[in-house]
Design a protein around this ligand. Structure first.
Ligand code: IPE
Ligand code: IPE
Ligand code: MG
Length: 249
């Protein structure tokens, strides 16, 4: 179990251990070029490759990417099925490269609405990379922060737990294997959480950029990192209480 930001003061590092990203703006990227929205999703996959590599090079331990939310099922059917087939292809084609780079893939979210062959490919990809010791890449697909808290609570209730503790709940979230994100990035200009990791973002540093996801790259990641490094992470304390090296301004 990792330390909780509300129960202990986490260690502050200059390179975030865990980065969580809402990859937004694919549709607008395509629209600007008079292309169908799905062309933006296709290009978005290239930005995923660049970002995974950049994070691994920087020594980030966990990278979590929001690929499909529990609310994205509300989109037009053609777009949803395109996203599903892109996910299928990516699961098949990218796994070798992930393995070569010692990256472990994990997928979080409800699997109930996915076709059987997607679930199968997810399981296969997870199993094939399970012994890799480098970056842990988590794809959040059919994921919602509320879904996650609810499934954790329901699991505990099913075990007969009468009163939930913060620790019990955290241990049953789908990302219990990772520390809380240090840095959250959202591309596409919107400044909202859109039901991403609600519980774990309690003390995460938030970074919003107008760049559209297909335009995100290693340089954009460095800007986010520079912003992160300029923040004073107080976790409720006063600036004066922080070690000298962690004070800013
Ligand atoms: C993010 O890009 C990808 C998914 C939500 C699957 P969008 O498709 O939301 O792009 P915009 O926000 O419409 O530009
Ligand atoms: C958030 O983007 C979800 C993903 C990137 C997967 P959306 O485009 O769905 O978010 P809203 O609807 O603008 O809040
Ligand atoms: Mg969007």
């Amino acid at each position: 179990m990792f330390a909780s930001s509300t129960q202990n003061v986490p260690e502050v590092l200059s390179v975030p251990r865990h980065i969580a990203i809402i990859m937004d703006g694919n549709g607008r990227w395509a629209k600007k070029r008079f292309l169908p929205r799905v062309a933006g999703h296709k290009r978005g996959l290239e930005a995923v490759r660049d970002t995974v590599k950049a994070c691994a090079d920087l020594g980030v331990e966990y990278l979590t990417l929001f690929a499909f939310s529990t609310e994205n099922w509300r989109r037009p059917e053609e777009e949803v099925s395109f996203l599903m087939s892109l996910f299928m292809t990516a699961l098949e084609r990218e796994v070798d490269k992930l393995s070569q780079n010692d990256i472990r893939l994990r997928v979080i979210g409800s699997r109930e609405r996915f076709a059987a062959e997607i679930v199968e490919r997810i399981e296969r990809a997870e199993a094939r990379t399970a012994n890799n010791g480098g970056l842990v890449l988590t794809i959040a697909a059919d994921y919602g922060g509320r879904w996650d808290v609810m499934q954790a609570a329901n699991r505990l209730l099913a075990q007969g737990v009468a009163q939930l503790t913060e620790q019990d709940l955290a241990a049953n979230l789908s990302m219990a294997y990772a520390p809380e994100p240090d840095l959250f990035i959202r591309t596409g200009g919107e400044q909202r959480i859109s039901n991403f990791l609600l519980w774990q973002l309690a003390y995460t540093e938030l970074f919003f950029t107008d760049l559209l996801w297909p335009d995100f790259n290693a340089q954009a990641l460095r800007s986010a990192l520079a912003s992160f490094q300029s923040r004073e992470r107080r976790f409720g304390r006063t600036s004066e209480q922080l070690p000298e090296t962690q004070r800013r301004g």
